[in-house]
Design a protein around this ligand. Structure first.
Ligand SMILES: [Fe+2]
Length: 492
């Protein structure tokens, strides 16, 4: 049996009979933090799997002031580390300023994304303001330290990747852009040790791009002009460029003027990708126009001859129809379901010499949340490992390995009632081939009322998990994750 200790139990004021669809069932939040060593493993745990899988998620502790949206919950990081055939687990809330204030107050103090900012009791964070920076969206490991971030921009919270001890906020030697904060989906370039990032807001210049070096110094930070406030969620990079975006789905300007935030898709406007030299001035950015869509996540980008090539998930339906089951809430949930958004793997090509562009779908399959072997970030690559969703839900029920070279797809479908997270791609120790790696994810098994960390062979996804390690309790479903090789982790 695993050696399990309770580290802490946080105050939760959620009702015992909570029936909110994203605070119950597979999204039932936790308020207990565990330390567990020597997890019980079934199957064959590879002895060349060596490092740390981290996963963030929204994990609410209090009812919303008016209306809870699953992007509002407090950030909780789950850590599973693999070393010498042993598996250890911890989970910790990210110790944000907002979490501390709400633990003290015993209630929600800030407006969620589906609420009028006026309901917030205090000024707060985020591109639109008066939200709680929950650091709940994303997690990466940069310079040996885990960094949790928030999609509406905020502080970057640092944690020890092994112990999950709170290491405070990124300050970058006092140069952190505290007013605007930083968006989720910072990018770590393993080849240079740099962290690339962006932030966005509702006042000009609406977007900034920056670079932090391997010594955690802010070495580059430039404003990027946009026609108005936009809602970028992710960025991409190649060896020489960063790729930012201006997508035609954004907050309605006339509502912003009244302090309200509602996004609308503008099919009459193009999607624009902005390519900027990694240390370029804002005026060096070159914009390329494509078919209108919204892209939540890019898988990767790379250079080929004169071209910059970006891949990610095109949304066939960025704004689900208002009419449909469930009234306004039902519409809110359709905005979370990738089948409703009709997401599919897509490639955008930009010729830096001629200015020519082209784009194509790489698959008809509805997938999103694609991750890659991190050694291939920004470089020519072939594979991504994406999730399929439970129809109508923000829940992942299977994995698809896309081969961008041949178009081949390999699938694994979890049994009904079992959901996974975004996978971490763990290069096999000593491996050189891109898919000589393991895939690591966490499951929520509603049939057996438990959670496991499961490990796949990346070269044989279809055969299912090689090994499973049982967690101390059934965790909440969640999304973004990362893998950090052992040698890249401080204190390993
Ligand atoms: Fe995201």
């Amino acid at each position: 049996m695993a050696d399990v200790e309770v580290y802490a139990k946080l105050l939760s004021t959620l009702p015992d009979d909570d029936d909110h669809p994203y605070r119950s069932g597979a999204w039932r939040p936790q308020n207990v933090e565990y330390d567990a060593d020597d997890l019980r493993v079934t199957g064959e745990l590879p002895d060349d799997l060596y490092g740390v899988y981290l996963r963030n998620t929204e994990n609410p502790l209090h009812p919303a002031i008016v209306r809870y949206h699953p992007f509002d919950g407090d950030g909780m990081i789950h850590k599973v580390s693999f070393r010498d055939g042993k598996v250890s687990y911890r989970n910790r809330f990210v110790r944000t300023d907002g979490l501390a204030a709400e633990q003290e107050a015993g209630r929600s103090l800030w407006a969620g994304i589906a609420e009028n900012p006026k309901v917030a009791e205090r000024d707060g964070w985020g591109a639109r303001g008066r939200m709680k920076d929950a650091a709940s969206t994303d997690v990466v490991v940069h310079a040996g330290v885990a960094v949790a971030s928030f999609y509406q921009c905020g502080d970057l919270y640092r944690l020890d990747p092994l112990t999950l001890d709170d290491l405070g906020k990124c300050s970058w030697g006092g140069s952190f852009p505290a007013g605007l904060g930083v968006s989720a989906h910072t990018k770590v370039d393993e080849s240079t040790g740099e962290l690339l990032f962006f932030n966005y807001g509702t006042s000009a210049p609406y977007l900034h791009y920056g670079v932090v070096d391997a010594d955690q110094r802010l070495t580059h930070y430039v404003p990027i002009d946009l026609p108005g406030p936009r809602l970028p969620h992710d960025m991409a990079f190649t060896e020489h460029y960063a790729i930012l975006n201006d997508m035609p789905l954004f907050w309605e300007p006339e509502l912003i003027a009244r302090g309200l935030y509602a996004s609308r898709f503008h099919p009459e406007l193009p999607s624009r990708l902005g390519v900027i030299p990694r240390r370029g001035a804002g005026s060096d950015i070159r914009w390329f126009e494509f078919d209108p869509t919204y892209v939540l996540h890019w898988t990767n980008a790379y250079e080929a001859g004169d071209e910059v090539i970006v891949e990610g998930f095109f949304q066939g339906c960025p704004e689900p129809p208002a009419a449909g089951p469930g009234g306004p809430e039902g519409r809110m949930w359709r905005f979370l379901a990738q089948d409703a958004m009709a997401t599919r793997l897509h490639r955008w090509r930009m010729n830096m010499v001629t200015g020519a562009v082209s784009e194509q779908d790489l698959s008809d399959s509805c997938t999103e949340f694609g991750t890659i072997n991190p050694r291939f970030g920004g470089r020519p690559y072939r594979y991504n490992y994406a999730a399929t969703n439970e129809p109508g839900w923000f829940l992942f029920n299977g994995l698809v390995k896309h081969d961008s070279l041949t178009g081949r797809e390999e699938r694994y479908q979890f049994e009904p009632g079992v959901f996974c997270s975004e996978v971490g791609v763990a290069p096999r120790v000593g491996g050189t081939e891109e898919d000589d790696a393991y895939l690591v994810t966490l499951t929520v098994d509603m049939n057996r009322d438990l959670s496991e960390c499961v490990v796949f062979r990346a070269s044989d996804v279809g055969s299912g998990p090689l090994a499973r390690a049982r967690l101390p309790e059934r965790i909440a479903s969640g999304t973004h994750s990362c893998w950090a090789p052992g040698e890249s982790v401080k204190g390993w």
